[in-house]
Write a protein that binds this ligand. Sequence first.
Ligand code: UD1
Length: 418
Amino acid sequence: MDSLRVEGGARLAGTVDISGSKNAVLPMLCATILAPGEYTLGNVPLLRDVTTLSSLLRTLGIRTHREGHTLRVDSTGVVPNEAHYDLVRTMRASVYVLGPLLARFGHARVSLPGGCAWGPRPIDLHLKAMEALGAAVRLDHGTIDASGAPLIGTRIDFPISSVGATGNAVMAAVLAEGKTVLGNAAREPEISSLCEFLVAMGARIDGIGSGVLEIEGVAELHPADAVVIPDRIEAGTYLVAAALTGGDVTVRGARSDHLEATLAALRSAGVEFEERGGEIVVRGGGEISPLRVETEPYPGFPTDMQAQLMTLLLFGRGKSEIVENIFPDRFKHVPELNRMGGSIRVEGKSAFIRGVGALTGAPVMASDLRASAALVLAGLIASGTTRISRVYHIDRGYERIEEKLAGLGGRIWRVRRS
Ligand code: UD1
């Protein structure tokens, strides 16, 4: 298993280019089930999750061909095979095939994903949405079996805002008979970009970007080409890296309108930056002030930036609190950060952080994608060497992180294990 070795203390400087969004491209790839044919997707990030989903789509008869950051998808031969556990368990987003398979073929079998590193992650809202659209859903030896044709448009009010359930419901509703209204729909940019892709495929969706999506079902869709939006979480991670190391870094290709809550938190923490047309220029080095931040659905502060913000606050002075409202158990990075000299106490869904101003390198273990990012950030400012094991987590969602950081002057290397 590969690991990352980081020597702390280097000040980052230069320009880093942001890759396409992982959470945007995954549902878009699944949407190609809805209309057989050829698609070209641009700005596709080179990530393990994209490779995993491509493998799953191959089992459904969909071929993908990569040329750099362009992915050609041919769904001409799509068939409603079962999405098996061996792939679904490695990536929960695989459940995004449920809505499109059901809408297109009237039947879908998808292995039920298990929990994840930060606790149970139910998909009951996905299943209830399919039922509301008229499907019969049952659990068959660990596999979701859903059938119903045609799906019938309806009103669904989500009790909590869910990115995945909204995406799945939209992809099911676009081919349903009549109108579907989704209340308390997720407003994340990745959902809006999925809706825009579906509209380019011929879907009729109103209210994109709002909490109410109105979908008028159509008889059929057609292939379309698209360019994947930039990854706001990757951008936020590099902004924190720059702030932490006192760097002078230009984050290029990010969408600051997707980053408002992250930028507001950084500004409150005293980080200085300038936004200018597609670039965010950070001038780190100032004192980091303590904060109280709660994670919330978009446009609130994203749970996917919580671990990285924690490293930043740890490196500052004073007492901070982060309340994790989305995934209350998502604190697996805390004991690892504490091993590096951090002072973080978790009580319920709150993490209380005492700024220690300095960290020490240590061997640490990545437990999930964003937790590993927080450890890399900590390694960049810790004294001595930090060795991060289980780095496959970070490869799921950060394209060539060690190359990008090394390009900014960070001292970071991948240690390959055969
Ligand atoms: C997506 C993102 C993930 C991000 C999360 C929250 C992808 C591939 N992943 O995950 O990176 O951290 O949004 O922004 O886009 N819930 C239920 N029942 C359900 C579904 C969700 O109770 O059926 C709950 C979850 O436990 C959580 C909340 O709803 O408390 C939000 O989760 P959700 O938005 O669905 O997260 P994902 O789509 O899994």
